[in-house]
Design a binder for this molecule. Structure first.
Ligand SMILES: Cc1ncc(C[n+]2csc(CCOP(=O)(O)OP(=O)(O)O)c2C)c(N)n1
Ligand SMILES: [Mg+2]
Length: 443
């Protein structure tokens, strides 16, 4: 779908219009290089591991954020904090190379830090000028995000930070959402009215070793938890292709069928061909058959989930940044989206770290990467040059949002710490009658 869309950052006059075609091209280039990074590490037979399927599923979500929403700190703006599923790091690195912030050798040595390669996950200690916040230990990131958003408010209400905005964006997997720290802390966010906090719950229906629910519906469950905790909830379930079809469904028969289907059914649908999808949707209800009659099998197969549609994702973010409460955006995707038959929607997608030579060539062609088949088999990186419209678009959009992110700055007011002697046992209270004296702590 071509056309332009976009926001004008009404509050600041920043931000640029979107071009769907160019954004798709940019995303494909980043997808290719992210995958190549993991495959090159894999091809060295060093048992380095790495993840392809997670970034493949959330690439569109992240790209819409980078092109249109994630704003860097400036004189006028408090700055956004970017926290995400750390095992999707290859996509962030692949973008940073294009932006000229990392070099090719650093990603060629992904996870080989003794060779100065980039770290596996967001480690601010390992890459102190790059990563803003650590994530990956599942559950700890979201909890930290709640308290970080609260801390920004704390600073603002005490006049220590100007009230000039700044959002905490945190992406959370649907497997991760089961970690008890998350539902244990989201109440803090609504109680403290943290309108600077956005959670994007990435529901690809799979965790490390299989379905998240299978016999239930994770998106409904997550929605109930966040509504119950008084958050705003926005769901991004279907791609634009479904709009017309669902509008025609005046009796709600198709909707009822979709509601009935559990996550295991949706996993199955991802693995069926177009005729199979039709059969599964229709069941024995001829009213649904009639609704689908105008759609070819190929069309049915190509109907996307919401998280793979930049327009739907954009619309959700646009609403979220205007909310006056914490917001959870629940986004449905397919794990391993775009990786082809080897991994897309397969229960083993998370563990897919290698891809056959033929599949590499097939992916390269599908993403429109102009390299030879031989280079594709060797998982070579490829980026457009500086004069390419895609490069210009990517850089201009970041410029309009204040600069590159993630980027960690050491430019902040330093607090002078008191001497350790302050804690010696010589306070007035310690000398009062009746005070208990403890032996000094051993170092
Ligand atoms: C506390 C903890 N336990 C286990 C892991 C290992 N681990 C990394 S990713 C992952 C599965 C993540 O599934 P999900 O949150 O659904 O993310 P997806 O990759 O599907 O987007 C696990 C178990 C971890 N990082 N942290
Ligand atoms: Mg998942």
């Amino acid at each position: 779908m071509a056309g332009s869309f976009g926001r004008s950052h009404r509050s600041t006059g920043q931000g640029k219009k979107g071009d769907l075609e160019l954004e798709r091209r940019i995303e494909n280039v980043i997808r290719w290089n992210a995958q190549a990074m993991v495959l090159q590490a894999q091809d060295k037979n060093l048992a380095l591991g790495g993840h392809i399927a997670t970034y493949a599923a959330c690439a569109t979500m992240l790209e819409v954020l980078f092109h249109h929403f994630l704003r860097k700190r400036s004189e006028e703006y408090g700055g956004d904090l970017f926290m995400f599923q750390g095992h999707a790091s290859p996509g962030i690195y692949a973008r940073a190379v294009w932006e000229g912030r990392l070099d090719l050798q650093q990603i060629a040595d992904f996870r080989q830090e003794l060779l100065h390669g980039v770290s596996s996950y967001p480690h601010p200690r390992r890459m102190p000028k790059f990563w803003q916040a650590p994530t990956v230990s599942m559950g700890l990131g979201p909890m930290t995000a709640v308290y970080q958003a609260r801390f920004y408010k704390y600073l603002e209400t005490r006049g220590l930070k100007p009230k000039n905005g700044g959002k905490v964006w945190h992406y959370i997997g649907d497997g991760e959402i089961d970690e008890p720290e998350i539902y244990g802390t989201i109440g803090v966010a609504s109680r403290e009215n943290l309108d600077n906090l956005i959670f994007v719950v990435h529901c690809n229906l799979q965790r490390l070793d299989g379905p998240v629910r299978g016999n239930g519906k994770i998106i409904q469950e997550v929605e109930r938890h966040f509504y119950g905790a008084s958050w705003d909830v926005i769901k991004v379930v279907w791609g634009s292709e479904w709009d017309e079809l669902l509008a025609k469904d005046e009796d709600g028969v198709l909707l009822a069928r979709l509601e009935q289907m559990v996550d295991g059914d949706f996993q199955e649908i991802t693995n069926l061909d177009g005729a199979g999808v039709r059969k599964k949707l229709v069941g024995d209800d001829q009213r649904i058959a009639a609704l689908l009659a105008d759609y070819s099998d190929d069309q049915l197969k190509a109907m996307r989930r919401g998280g793979h549609d930049a327009l739907k994702v954009f619309a959700a973010y646009e609403q979220a940044v205007r909310a006056n409460k914490p917001v959870a955006i629940i986004v449905k995707t397919v794990k391993g989206y775009g990786m082809g038959k080897a991994a897309e929607g397969k229960n083993k997608a998370h563990q897919t770290k290698d891809i056959s030579a033929d599949a590499r060539v097939e992916t390269k062609n599908r993403y429109g990467i102009p390299i030879s088949d031989e280079d594709a088999k060797a998982a070579k990186f490829w980026y457009p040059g500086p004069e390419d419209p895609a490069t210009k678009y990517l850089l201009e959009h970041r410029k309009a949002l204040g600069g590159f992110l993630p980027e960690r700055s050491e430019d902040y007011p330093q607090l002078e710490l008191p001497e350790v002697s302050l804690f010696e046992n010589n306070s007035r209270a310690a000398n009062l009658p009746g005070a208990r004296h403890f032996p000094p702590l051993r170092p």
